[in-house]
Design a protein around this ligand. Structure first.
Ligand code: FE2
Ligand code: FE2
Length: 186
């Protein structure tokens, strides 16, 4: 946590205790995955982990306002469900603050929807967010282990798990998640 920039630490401190605990588990897992698969520097992993949910507890109105302020694109899916903006808004906020790098912004921006042609850090963050030990669903442990054995296989499995979960609740898939899934099925 000492390695996290103070601006990020300040915003992190405003999150609820359960969210902070989730973020810490994701950051630790992302750092471990990043080291194991040699995906990025520990600093990049730490920043992506600690930065990914900084805007998760903002209201829908505030997310739309921040998106407008930071120039984040708002598509039909985001207008319908502004919570989807918490990743892209956090990425744009980090960028504006001069923190991170393109790989960190890509990872943070896509941690909810996934997306096509993502780099290793982005795939690892999406996986870490989905399989961290605080999540409860059948098969989570298997996906956690798979993340260390085979990152690509874990990525496609977590994308599939997320897509099926959303479809099971009668929700339309974000175009970026549909594209990630299609890429895995090729
Ligand atoms: Fe999130
Ligand atoms: Fe998260």
């Amino acid at each position: 946590m000492e390695e996290v920039p103070s601006l990020v630490r300040e915003r992190f401190a405003r999150l609820s205790a359960p969210r902070q605990a989730h973020v810490e588990r994701v950051a630790a897992l992302l750092k471990a995955l990043t080291r194991h698969h040699r995906l990025a520097s520990p600093e990049a992993a730490w920043l992506a982990g600690y930065g990914h949910d900084l805007f998760r507890e903002e209201s829908r109105e505030s997310l739309l306002a921040e998106a407008a302020r930071l120039g984040v694109a708002v598509g039909a899916e985001e207008r319908e469900e502004p919570i989807l903006l918490h990743g892209p808004v956090a990425a744009a906020w980090l960028k504006q603050a001069g923190l991170g790098s393109p790989e960190v912004w890509e990872a943070v921006a896509h941690h909810t929807t996934a997306g096509p042609r993502l780099g290793g850090l982005a795939k690892a963050l999406f996986i870490a967010d989905g399989v961290e030990p605080g999540r409860r669903y059948p098969g989570r442990e298997r996906l956690y282990d798979l993340a260390f054995e085979d990152l690509e296989a874990a990525w496609c499995a977590v994308v599939e798990e997320s897509a099926r979960y959303l479809e099971g609740r009668g929700l339309r898939l974000h175009r970026k998640m549909a594209a990630a899934r299609a890429e895995c099925q090729r």
